[in-house]
Every structure is written in C-alpha cells, then in structure tokens.
Design a protein around this ligand. Structure first.
Ligand SMILES: Cc1cc2nc3c(=O)[nH]c(=O)nc-3n(C[C@H](O)[C@H](O)[C@H](O)COP(=O)(O)OP(=O)(O)OC[C@H]3O[C@@H](n4cnc5c(N)ncnc54)[C@H](O)[C@@H]3O)c2cc1C
Ligand SMILES: NC(=O)c1ccc[n+]([C@@H]2O[C@H](COP(=O)([O-])OP(=O)(O)OC[C@H]3O[C@@H](n4cnc5c(N)ncnc54)[C@H](OP(=O)(O)O)[C@@H]3O)[C@@H](O)[C@H]2O)c1
Length: 434
C-alpha cells in the first residue's frame, strides 16, 4: 500500500477470520498425514517476512467489508473459502466437513460429538476426504494417539463401536475420485480387511488397457484388492482383522432411514444406478431399483461448495466460484481471487499454491501495465486497524499466533503428540494476549 523501500515496495497483509492461520492445512488435512502439514513451514516463512502482516480474528464481510479493504489497499485478493456441505437433520447424519472439523479441532465443530455407537458407517462419496474419514474411523487408536487429533475426538474414537465402513459412489470403479496413495493407505490399514462386491468389477479388466496411466494404476490396485486371491500372509492378516471397509459402486443416496422409535439413523436407502458412457465423463443414471443398507452413521462427503462472504462480490452460484480470468475478478478492477474460491473445491495443496502463484502473476502484470493504479499511496492496514478498533475487534498478529502454537506444542509433548490444539476461539484469544 505505501512505499517502504525502493526495491521492495509492496506490503502484503493477510486477514483471517480465525485467530489461527493455515485454513484447511490445519483443519482439513488428516491428523495421520503430518508430512502434508510441513507446508506450514513455508507459510510461516512468508508470514514472518518483514513486508507481510497477519491479522487473525478478523471476519471479512462482517468485521470489515471488502469495499473498505478496497478503499484502503491498491489490490485485494480474496481466498476466503468458507465452505458448506449439504447435510441432514437426523441424529447420526453428518457432513464430512463437520466431522473433519470435529476431529481436527475447528472451534465451530466442537459441539458435534458424533454418535459412534453403531457397527456400520456409510460414507457418501469416494474422494480423498471420504477416505480420510474412513481411515480415521477405522484406524487403531495407537496410531491416532500419536497425531495432532483432538483429545475429545481421540476419546470418542477409542470408545467407538464402528467396525465396518462402506464408501458409496454413484458411479463405478473406474470413476473413483480418490488417489492411489490414499487407496493404498486404506488397503494397508492395520486390523482391517477389504469387503468389495465382485460383480461391480465386471468388464473392468478388459477396459484396463485403454485407461490413462494414473487411472490405470489406481484401477489395478482396486482390482487386486477386490478380486485377487491374497497370498498366505495377507490372508492371515485379513482373517485376524476386526474391522472391514469396502467400496459400494453405482449407488446414489435417496434418503436416510429413521429408527421409528428414536430420532436416529437406522439405515440409508440407495438408488441403484447404471452408467451411461465410459471413462471420466460417464454419467450415473438412476434405475427403478433401490437398496436399503442398515447403518447407524452416515457421513456425506460429496465435495465442498464455497459461499459468497460479501454481497458486493460477483459470485457464480452454479459453479460456486468468483468468476475470474487468471485470478482477476471480472468487472472489478483491483479485486483478485485465489484458492478454492477461484477454482472450485478440488485440488491438493500443491495445485492450490500454483494457482495462487498465477493470481500473484496477474496482479504483478497489472501493476506493470498500469491497469492497477499504484502511483498514489494508500493507507492500508492503518485505516483498517482503526476501523477494527472502533468496532471492538482485536486482531491476532502472527507473533500472537506463535504463542498459541507454542502452548499447543507444549501441551502435546505431555502425551507424545505433535500438538494438542486449543479448541475454542476464547481460549485461543486468551493465550494470544498473554
Ligand atoms: C478434509 C480435507 C482434507 C484435505 N487433505 C489434503 C491433503 O492431505 N493433502 C493435500 O495436498 N490437500 C488436501 N486437501 C486440499 C487442501 O486443503 C486445499 O487444496 C487447500 O487447503 C485449499 O486452500 P484455500 O486457500 O482455497 O482454502 P482454505 O485452506 O480453506 O483457506 C481459506 C481461509 O479463509 C478463511 N476465511 C473464510 N471465510 C473468511 C472470512 N469471511 N474472513 C476471513 N477469513 C475467512 C478460512 O478460515 C481459511 O483459513 C484437503 C481438503 C479437505 C477439505
Ligand atoms: N490426501 C490428499 O491428498 C487429500 C485429502 C483430502 C482431500 N484432498 C483433495 O481435496 C479435494 C476435495 O476432496 P473431496 O473428496 O471433497 O472431493 P472430490 O475429490 O471432488 O470427491 C467428491 C466425491 O463425491 C461424489 N459426488 C459429488 N456429488 C455427488 C452427488 N450429488 N451424489 C453422489 N455423489 C456425489 C463424487 O462422485 P463423482 O465423481 O461421480 O462426481 C466424488 O466421488 C480433492 O481435490 C482432493 O484430492 C486431498
């Protein structure tokens, strides 16, 4: 916003609604994937840069409007994925977003306390999030207790009665949305055995040779898991396993079935589909047939959807993205977007980062070409901080966050975990301000 030195004139301020940074890397990525979270080191380096400031505990659209930010800064980049996932209101039905938020310590999901007193759980959707949830439900507690999973979730999972997890997809084995690494983790998960339906794989062996490479390898692993007679050691491992998991293909959810005597889930009605077309673009078409599956827990994991955070921002509600060209928000000079808000809710962290570099490039190009008027100074955070103070909002700085971080790490040490997360905004703010 204002020039600081001749060579590196730009300042970057980050506004975040929570008192803690890192979004889905902290609140989405599964606790048993600590290596994925190493990217936090890179983010931390950026945040500690002398020209970067972090303002946590600031809800854009509520505490400060996008318009106010635009007045204060030369450019505003929106990355505020605030996702929703359709759910149901019976006890025993959850969205993966809430379930993941619960075990990862997202403050707004701590009341969830999911009911894990049933034997069978059904997960709707066959993406990587579905597999994360399945793995967390079935992992031996000894594996989970060394991760940064929250203490309440660990206690609940230790008491869990869930022994069988069905991962339901509307299309077939050649259309699963998960990736091979995540499938392999399922296949190798200690104390579990796969339970597939052989008939679902009809014709798959013949189609294998025409599949593109990553899809081919994924399909081969599925075939091996479902059809191959296991070797002696694997057979023994499977015989000893106390828990099962399996994919169910060609099924779309119709409705959750209630236990008539209690307001809770007794099962799910699935419509049987047939595929029209082939390959990635194949469509699931409903048939007349339905099938009821008994289960006490349903977790819907059919993808995320961004929601608009400020009415002034253009929003394509069909695609659930901000309409943009290379990160430039259409018909809004000085406004950019990135993250899942720009692309829709797919892509791993690396994809999302590359996409953000593209947006940054667009912004730099616009500065060079004069599309973005940067000749006059703008007040930047100075105005915004004054506005926030007037509104009683106290931002959390990056060094405040580092206090939270060290408290969490210290709490974790006691129990051999990488960290024990603080679970409420109040507690986070209290620690940040000590
Ligand atoms: C459950 C799950 C597990 C995943 N696991 C992996 C994995 O193992 N490996 C991998 O590579 N990728 C994984 N991903 C994908 C990865 O998380 C995403 O690609 C990436 O985090 C998306 O980044 P983003 O910046 O768009 O969104 P986010 O990370 O969600 O960041 C958006 C930020 O905006 C903030 N915000 C929202 N609304 C407001 C507001 N009004 N004001 C201020 N701030 C606001 C949010 O609090 C959040 O911090 C996973 C995704 C999910 C959902
Ligand atoms: N370990 C990791 O690297 C990791 C972990 C978690 C997440 N991620 C990434 O984060 C992104 C989001 O993951 P995700 O699992 O939420 O999304 P996803 O990969 O898009 O999977 C969504 C699943 O839901 C199904 N689905 C969508 N709409 C449906 C409907 N109306 N009815 C029935 N089924 C429906 C999809 O089936 P169709 O294919 O038929 O649409 C698909 O199986 C992905 O890019 C993922 O790779 C990565």
């Amino acid at each position: 916003h204002h020039q600081r030195d001749q060579y590196h004139p730009y300042l970057v301020d980050i506004y975040e609604q929570l008192p803690v940074p890192f979004g889905l890397v902290r609140f989405g990525v599964a606790p048993d994937h600590p290596e994925v979270k190493n990217v936090i080191n890179t983010f931390t380096q950026t945040a500690r840069h002398s020209r970067c400031s972090f303002y946590g505990n600031v809800n854009v659209g509520k505490d400060v409007s996008v318009e106010e930010l635009q007045q204060a800064y030369h450019a505003v980049v929106l990355v505020t994925t605030q996702t929703i996932l359709p759910g149901e209101d019976l006890a025993g039905v959850y969205s993966a977003k809430d379930f993941v938020g619960w075990y990862n310590g997202l403050p707004s999901c701590q009341e969830l306390s999911p009911d894990l007193s049933c034997e069978t759980a059904v997960i709707l959707g066959q993406g990587n999030v579905a597999l994360d949830v399945a793995r967390v439900l079935l992992s031996p507690i000894d594996i989970l207790k060394k991760t940064d999973i929250t203490h309440p979730a660990l206690e609940a999972l230790a008491e869990s009665q869930v022994r069988r997890v069905l991962i339901v997809g509307r299309r077939g084995p050649m259309q699963v949305a998960c990736t091979i690494k995540e499938l392999r983790e399922m296949v190798n998960l200690p104390d579990t055995r796969p339970e597939m339906v052989v008939a679902d794989f009809q014709g798959v062996i013949d189609a294998l040779k025409d599949l593109p490479r990553p899809r081919k390898r994924l399909t081969q692993l599925l075939l091996k898991t479902a059809l191959e007679i296991p070797g002696e050691m694997e057979q023994e491992r499977r015989n000893k396993a106390s828990r099962t998991w399996g994919f169910r293909f060609f099924r779309s959810p119709v409705k959750v079935l209630a236990d008539p005597d209690h307001n809770r889930t007794a099962g799910i009605r699935l419509a049987v589909n047939r595929l029209e077309g082939s390959g990635e673009g194949a469509c699931a078409m409903l048939t007349e047939e339905v099938e009821d599956v008994s289960c006490g827990l349903v977790i819907s994991s059919i993808g995320y959807r961004s929601v608009p955070i400020d009415p002034s921002i253009p929003f394509d509600s069909h695609k659930a993205i901000v309409p943009n060209t290379m990160g430039r928000v259409q018909q809004a000079a000085g406004l950019y977007c990135s993250g899942w808000l720009k692309t829709g809710p797919t892509g791993v962290i690396a994809t999302t980062m590359n996409n953000s570099f593209d947006t940054a490039r667009s912004l730099m190009e616009d500065m060079d070409s004069g599309v973005l008027h940067i000749s006059s100074a703008k007040p930047g955070s100075q105005t915004i901080r004054a506005l926030l103070e007037k509104r009683g909002v106290k931002p959390v700085t990056f060094s405040n966050w580092e206090k939270i971080d060290s408290v969490e790490v210290k709490r974790g040490e006691a129990t051999g975990k990488p960290r024990e997360k603080l679970l409420t905004v109040e507690e986070m703010l209290q620690v940040a301000r000590t």
